[in-house]
Write a protein that binds this ligand. Structure first.
Ligand SMILES: [Zn+2]
Length: 345
């Protein structure tokens, strides 16, 4: 089969398309999916660079997001049949540790993420536990289904389980070109919140406008904290959704109301920040980390997709042989929405 692999870590120059043997079922509860489309996430860049503590064997097949059709099922799989259209939840948890028993799959002691710790989705075939598959909603194309899972699941957990956004609250979302930010905007609106989105590029803000954001701020031109204060009658945002890290940290805190929550799922511009702890306790802020999501949350977002309430925005779809160029676009931060790789349409 054809697959996009890393020959080593250290950068995206180690990516190449190559022929590899087709994988076989590892357990009776596994399914082999024939992948039609895969999608890129910031995580794929981190995997290519090399994550601390990671021990990949090479060539390593990349990609966390994917969708396709069931090719073969293990003997213990009854809910899926060959030919079923499926999309993949890349959070592979053990199902039996204390965290999993608490529905905290993303805190599982042996969490494995597709494409990060095991063979990924940018290949003609991928092996996935059956419980990590959901039926693709009828109107959703394979490219849309591939673009949906990781970003939407991450944003859903951030805004619901972690930040517990309720109707009438104001949510500030940085960097509306990214998949998580776009999903966060849709989710915040679904929950009845008022939304403020930022981007350094006007064409990305256009996505925010199209999706109904209440206030659009070009953070290259506008003073975000002042505009947020003005919009909230001096109070500040109830919730700040941040995956940017070092560059936005201070402005995120300065935009937060007293008692507000900041929820963080990434650190694109760097992970090291500092803060005045007196401000933290005096203002009663909550700083919340969040990553991926559990099986219940995945079921919830797929149900919303089936009703058309959550839907991915696609930047572009490229054929498999152009996948390295899609990585370069992601690295330069040019994408407005998800980058999709057509694997075997
Ligand atoms: Zn577990």
């Amino acid at each position: 089969m054809k697959a996009l692999t890393l020959a080593a870590t250290g950068g995206i120059e180690h990516l190449r398309v190559q022929e590899l043997p087709q994988p076989s079922l590892q357990s009776p509860t596994d399914v082999i999916v024939r992948v039609q489309a895969a999608a890129l996430n910031r995580l794929d860049l981190f995997v290519a660079t090399g994550l601390p503590g990671s021990s990949l064997s090479f060539p390593h097949i990349v990609g966390s997001d994917g969708a396709g059709v069931v090719h073969e099922t293990g003997a213990g799989v009854s809910q899926l049949r060959p030919g079923d259209r499926v999309m993949i939840n890349p959070t592979i948890s053990c199902g039996s540790c204390p965290a999993c028993a608490d529905e905290e799959d993303s805190l599982c002691s042996s969490l494995r993420v597709l494409g990060e710790h095991r063979s990924g989705t940018v290949a003609e075939y991928v092996v996935v536990p059956a419980r990590n598959l959901a039926t693709v909603p009828a109107r959703m194309s394979p490219a849309q289904a591939a673009a949906f899972s990781l970003a939407t699941l991450t944003a859903w957990r951030m805004l619901t389980t972690r930040a517990r956004v309720v109707a009438g609250e104001t949510v500030l979302i940085w960097g509306i070109g990214g998949g998580v930010a776009i999903a966060a905007l849709q989710i915040a609106r679904l929950l009845g919140a008022r939304t403020i989105v930022t981007s350094g590029a006007d064409e990305k803000l256009e996505i925010g406008r199209r999706l109904g954001a209440d206030l659009l701020l070009n953070h290259q031109k506008a003073d975000v904290r002042a505009e947020v204060r003005k919009y909230t009658e001096g109070l500040g945002a109830d919730v700040v959704v941040d995956s940017i890290g070092e560059r936005t940290w201070t402005d995120s805190l300065r935009s937060l109301r007293r008692g507000g929550r900041m929820v963080i799922c990434g650190a694109t511009t760097g992970p090291m920040v500092s803060m005045d702890l007196r401000r933290l306790f005096w203002h009663g802020w909550s700083i919340l980390g969040s990553t991926l999501g559990n099986h219940r949350e995945y079921g919830e977002i797929v149900a919303h997709a089936a009703e058309g309430r959550l839907w991915p925005v696609i930047d572009r779809i490229v054929p498999l042989h152009q996948a390295p160029a899609a990585y370069e676009r992601l690295l330069r931060g040019e994408q407005a929405g998800k980058l999709v790789i057509e694997v075997a349409p």
